[in-house]
Design a protein around this ligand. Structure first.
Ligand SMILES: C[S@@+](CC[C@H](N)C(=O)[O-])C[C@H]1O[C@@H](n2cnc3c(N)ncnc32)[C@H](O)[C@@H]1O
Length: 280
């Protein structure tokens, strides 16, 4: 078997199981099995594949066939300017979440020095991307999941940011340490009844703890805003990712907690996704 036949067979298999991007996924997984990049796969389509690589590749395709996300199979996801280690214990970073990074960089200039808190840090994608962009930011990340904190720590080490970041395994309700100039959070915000409508790659594989916003979708957002009101300095910024239908209620909760809503930003589908607010 050469690269081309192997890929064609895998694409057919993934198609049969209704996987959305069978060609791209097969190329990525073969790159992983061969330990070369996708360019190599495309440029060397007549190269023969040995039995060991074929065996490893077939195992990867088996996992993808069952819906396991590519990012979990390859243990890698690109976010902003970096690659992050991910596995089934953390949410896979989403492109929409880059809106938070974009806003922070717009608001705070390159040399600004400040204390930053990320509530529900997950893989560390938001916090660590911001620390990389802003050399005088000092960061704290908290998460209720111990496994997610371990992954954030690992990503901080890979990105050489350990000297400017601290992590705590804590429920937001119990966290009391520090006063912050900037708080960011992408809390779980999906209503529990709607979890079953998520794509099977998401609901069957990503942690429920990272997705479920409780009965009305607001239980975690409310906790984050209530706690942020105590942990933030006066005039500090709170930047949140939200569900597209949650804007009005989030504005209300922010107001009740002494925050002024500066702006609401839309995602790639032109739906409300990110709220920038200031503590008054
Ligand atoms: C939607 S994920 C966001 C992860 C990451 N910040 C990102 O944007 O990809 C929400 C995170 O909040 C954490 N979380 C859920 N409930 C929490 C709580 N009560 N206190 C602290 N963290 C919580 C979850 O474990 C998960 O890592």
């Amino acid at each position: 078997m050469n690269i081309e036949n192997t890929l064609n067979r895998a694409v057919k298999m993934l198609n049969k199981f209704n996987i959305k991007n069978p060609k791209l996924d097969s190329e990525i997984l073969l790159s992983k099995a061969i330990s070369k990049d996708r360019r190599y796969i495309i440029l060397n389509s007549h190269e023969k594949i040995n039995k060991k690589i074929l065996f490893d590749f077939n195992n990867l395709i088996e996992r993808r066939k069952k819906g396991e996300p590519i990012a979990y199979i390859t243990n890698n996801k690109e976010f902003w300017n970096d690659s992050f280690y991910v596995d089934k214990n953390v949410l896979i970073p989403r492109p929409d979440t880059e809106l938070i990074i974009d806003q922070v960089l717009t608001i705070f200039q390159k040399n600004k020095q400040l204390q930053l808190l990320d509530i529900g840090v997950g893989s560390g994608c938001i916090l660590l991307s911001l620390l990389k962009e802003r050399p005088n930011f000092f960061g704290t990340g908290i998460d209720i999941s111990k496994k997610s904190i371990n992954i954030s720590k690992y990503n901080a080490k890979i990105l050489q940011l350990t000297n400017r970041v601290k992590f705590y395994n804590s429920d937001v309700d119990n966290f009391k340490i520090g006063k912050y100039d900037l708080i960011v959070s992408n809390p779980p915000y999906i209503e529990s009844v709607n979890l079953k409508y998520l794509e099977r790659d998401v609901i069957n594989f990503e942690p429920k703890l990272a997705l479920s916003g409780g009965f009305d979708g607001f239980s975690k957002i409310r906790k984050v805003i209530n706690k942020a009101a105590y942990l933030i300095k006066r005039n500090g910024k709170l930047i949140l990712e939200i569900g597209f239908s949650q804007t009005e209620k989030v504005r209300k909760i922010l107001k009740e907690n002494g925050f002024y809503t500066n702006k609401v930003l839309k995602d790639y589908e032109k739906k409300d996704r990110c709220v920038v607010s200031t503590k008054i």
